[in-house]
Design a protein around this ligand. Structure first.
Ligand SMILES: NC(=O)c1ccc[n+]([C@@H]2O[C@H](COP(=O)([O-])OP(=O)(O)OC[C@H]3O[C@@H](n4cnc5c(N)ncnc54)[C@H](OP(=O)(O)O)[C@@H]3O)[C@@H](O)[C@H]2O)c1
Length: 242
């Protein structure tokens, strides 16, 4: 599809990878809604930056654990910026928890934010979609769903569900809407993961960890493609093969 003049909503776009993807969309001519939960200041700054680039933009708040707030997001963005063509489901939580200590609350929180919210947003996008117009849903997943470990149980299950959602919706929403996922490896460490990333780099087939630009390249490839849907693109430096 043509990214220029399309309208995009990126969840979790105030910081880190969501921020990089939202900025890249604007640099390629899209009008961008910058969703945030706690990172209000960063989201507003990014929306201003995008506005100064001559695109329409807004910072938009929602707790993705609240289904009513999630249902309101796309209509709110559509009213302000126009019908949404591109939905990037990037916001997510990632907490430790094993079979021994995962609580019901933790399980529900992961499933609600990481899986139910992308489902409800996809449903809203489809409901306001204008027939004959191209559109994309890109879900940000994790390569670990192919071989789920034991330490992030609720997270892994939520991302596995997100991949299944991608493949199901790719069939249901064609021909206008393409639905794909990026399964990320070690791209951007949390503060406590820096040393782990350095050790991991030496073991990867490509001998380095990733960069937000790697995610942006893959995102732009999927958005420009007209014959790819239901795909889960591994952005891992080869980690998913090990
Ligand atoms: N970083 C990596 O190397 C890596 C590796 C594998 C997969 N991924 C995936 O890539 C995506 C982005 O990762 P990241 O590391 O950039 O994310 P991150 O630093 O963990 O940021 C999480 C984002 O989710 C939003 N969020 C959290 N709880 C929320 C809630 N209740 N309601 C609404 N938004 C909420 C946050 O918004 P606020 O800041 O506004 O609160 C924030 O923007 C995620 O889906 C993640 O699973 C990343």
């Amino acid at each position: 599809m043509q990214i220029e003049d399309s309208v995009a909503l990126v969840t979790g776009a105030g910081v880190r990878l969501g921020h990089a993807m939202a900025l890249a969309l604007a640099e390629n001519g899209a009008h961008v809604a910058v969703h945030y939960h706690r990172s209000q200041e960063q989201a507003q700054q990014l929306a201003e930056t995008i506005g100064s680039m001559g695109r329409r933009s807004m910072a938009v708040h929602a707790d993705l654990g609240d289904s009513d707030a999630v249902r309101g997001l796309i209509p709110q963005v559509a009213q302000a910026l126009g019908p949404v063509d591109i939905l990037i489901n990037s916001a997510s939580i990632f907490e430790r928890g094993t079979i021994a200590n995962t609580t019901v609350e933790q399980w529900d929180r992961h499933l609600d934010i990481n899986l139910r919210a992308p489902f409800l947003l996809s449903q809203s996008l489809w409901q306001q979609h204008i027939a004959g117009r191209a559109g994309h849903i890109i879900n940000i997943a994790d390569w670990r769903v192919a071989r789920p470990g034991t330490q992030h149980l609720a997270y892994s299950i939520s991302k596995a569900g997100l991949v299944a959602l991608t493949q199901s919706l790719a069939q249901a929403l064609g021909p206008d809407l393409q639905v794909n996922a990026l399964a990320l490896g070690a791209i951007l460490p949390a503060a406590h993961e820096q040393a782990y990333f350095e050790r991991l780099a030496a073991r990867l087939p490509l001998r380095h960890t990733g960069d937000p630009r790697d995610v942006v390249h893959a995102l732009l490839y999927l958005l420009r493609s007209e014959f790819v849907t239901g795909e889960v693109l591994q952005i891992t430096g080869g980690e998913h093969l090990q």
